[in-house]
Design a protein around this ligand. Structure first.
Ligand code: ATP
Ligand code: MG
Length: 216
């Protein structure tokens, strides 16, 4: 199973969701690796370098753009249950390659007007990329929106959510709150389900349960 966390917008939580998904699935007994496609920042690689040796090992591979292809990933998939691709902001060539090679994409969006506008551009890329997949004999990619950094009490969050509901892409029920635990745990090379903030841990576990029910 190849799951990409992608969006052309920067700072929406791609890496945060990718590393936490890897941690939680590992805790649940899956063998998981992360593929860091972001050569400029290598955030997932850096996260893994902060990870203590006493923790479950999660391998993170940094990959060149021209290696993001079906064969390379299928070879890696023989060794792991789940490959999680951490996407790159802005570079549409990289994003479209990532979508072509993945079974599923998770699209993090936070409740900002800028994220909403960027999502409309991302949808255009997704439609074009699906044509490439179909040309390769693949089905269209399954995609889901993950609402991230959500403050339920803010009107803007609710307005953006209503706007997103007009598109065909399903929105996962579990919304991730705006919580310092995400940044703090990342600094320690862990995920929120390994940290002390119970609300963050519970919500992320809920998200992973929902993803597992859809995918496995
Ligand atoms: N749910 C959340 N609550 C609070 N902070 C969050 C949450 N999700 C992500 N963040 C913070 O937002 C910032 C951006 O997150 P992250 O690096 O995961 O985004 P990204 O989409 O990978 O960014 P880039 O496009 O630069 O790769 C980080 O400081 C991260 O700790
Ligand atoms: Mg990132």
């Amino acid at each position: 199973m190849k799951i990409a966390v992608t969006n052309l917008k920067g700072g929406v939580g791609k890496t945060t969701i990718a590393i936490n998904l890897a941690v939680t699935l590992t805790q649940r007994g899956k063998s998981v690796c992360i593929i860091d496609t972001d050569k400029n920042q290598n955030s997932a690689v850096e996260w893994s370098m902060c990870r203590g040796e006493d923790r479950d090992t999660i391998q993170v591979f940094s990959i060149e753009t021209d290696q993001i292809k079906v064969k390379t990933l299928n070879d890696l998939e023989k060794k792991f249950d789940v490959l999680i691709l951490d996407g790159t902001p802005q570079i549409s060539e990289l994003a479209s390659r990532t979508i072509v090679v993945s079974d599923v994409i998770l699209i993090p969006i936070s409740a900002s007007l800028f994220d909403f506008r960027a999502f409309e551009k991302f949808l255009t890329l997704l439609e074009e990329t699906d044509k490439n997949r179909i040309a390769l004999g693949l089905d269209g990619v399954k995609s889901y929106i993950v609402l991230n950094k959500i403050n339920e009490r803010a009107n803007i969050s609710n307005e953006i959510i209503r706007g997103l509901e007009k598109y065909d892409i399903p929105i996962l029920n579990t919304k991730l709150g705006n919580r310092t635990a995400y940044a703090e745990t990342a600094l320690d090379g862990i995920g929120v389900t390994e940290g002390k903030d119970k609300k963050a841990s519970d919500e992320f576990n809920n998200l992973v349960t929902e993803i597992e029910q859809i995918l496995f």
